[in-house]
Ligand binder design. Sequence first.
Ligand SMILES: [Zn+2]
Ligand SMILES: [Zn+2]
Length: 343
Amino acid sequence: MLVDALASGLVRPALDWLPFGHLAGDPHDIAGGLLIALSQLAIITFVFRPLESLMPAERWSDRRLTTVDRNLTLLMVLLLNPLFAFIMLTPVATLLGDGATAAASTDTGTGGLLGLVPGIDQHPWLAVGIYYVIYDLIYYWMHRAQHVIPWWWAMHSMHHSQRQMSCWSNDRSCLLDGFLQSLIIAGLGLVLGVDATQFALVGLLSELVQNFSHANVQLGFGRVFGRLFVDPRFHRLHHMPVDAARPGLHNCNFGQVLSVWDNLFGTALYGEPTRPTGVGDPVVDADNGLGVIAMQWAALKRFWGAVRCAEGWKIQEVAFEPGTYRPYRVKREGAEPEAATLP
Ligand SMILES: [Zn+2]
Ligand SMILES: [Zn+2]
C-alpha cells in the first residue's frame, strides 16, 4: 500500500536521520498523516484553483493579498497540525486512559458515549456520521460566540480581514484560536469515542469542504442541497463587511459544513448578490498587507487588549481602538440579525 511504501521508503529513513526521530511515534501513522496533508494540497491546487480561474465570484487585478493565506495553509498543513497532533493529542489520549485510547485503536471505535447507542458497533461509519453532526452543531454555536465575545472576535476577525477570499483562506486563522478549537474537536472525539483513522479521514473531508466554501467561485448547491450543505456562495455572504444600510445583514451563515443549523436557528441568508469580503474596522483591516507572522502578532495584540478589560467579556459587537486595542461597542440601529431569507 501507498502508506507502507511511504513509511518504509521516506518516513523511517528520515526519523533515523533526525536526532530525536525515535520519539516521533509509528512511521505508519506519520506516513498516513503526510498522505492526507498532500492529498488536501493536491486537491486545492489541481481542482479548486482551476475552478477559481474558470468561474470567479469576483475578479482581482492581482492575487497578492491571497499569498499570505497560501503560505499560512502550507505552514499549518505540513508543519503545525502534525506537530500539534504529536505534542498535544497523543499525551491527552494516553492520559485519558483505556476508554479513549481503546476507542481510538479498535476497529469499531465505540468505547466512548457513542458505544451506548445500541448496535452502533456494527456500523462504525454511522458512529463517525453522528459524531460529525454533533461536532458541526457545536461548531455552529462556537462560531456565533466567536463573533459576539470580543476577546474571541479579536482573534477570529483575522479570518475575516481578508479582502480577497480564496480557497486558501480557510486556514487563515489565529493560532491561539485554532488551538482552542482543536481542543474542542479532539475532546469531543475522545468523549464520544471515534476511531482514529476514520476521524482523520472525516477531518480531511471537512477541511476540503471548507477550502471549497472559501473558494472565489460563483457556485451554489441549489435550493435543496444548499439548505443542507454550505456552498461557496453561502459562506462568501458570511464574510461580507457591515452594510450601513442593512446593519444586521452580515450576522448570517455561521455553519461550517452543514447549513442546516443556520436554517434552523434563523441565521441563513440566501439570494443576495455577491458582495465584497472583509471588515469595516480599520484596525482589523490593517491585517491586509501583513505577512504570516506579523498578522498573527496583530491578532494576539487585539486579543490581549480585549481579554484584560470588562468590555472584552461582554456579549456585543465591537471595534478596536488603535494603539491600545481595547474593544468598544459598535452601536448600530437595527443591528439584530435579519430573519432568514428564502433562496
Ligand atoms: Zn466568522
Ligand atoms: Zn470563513
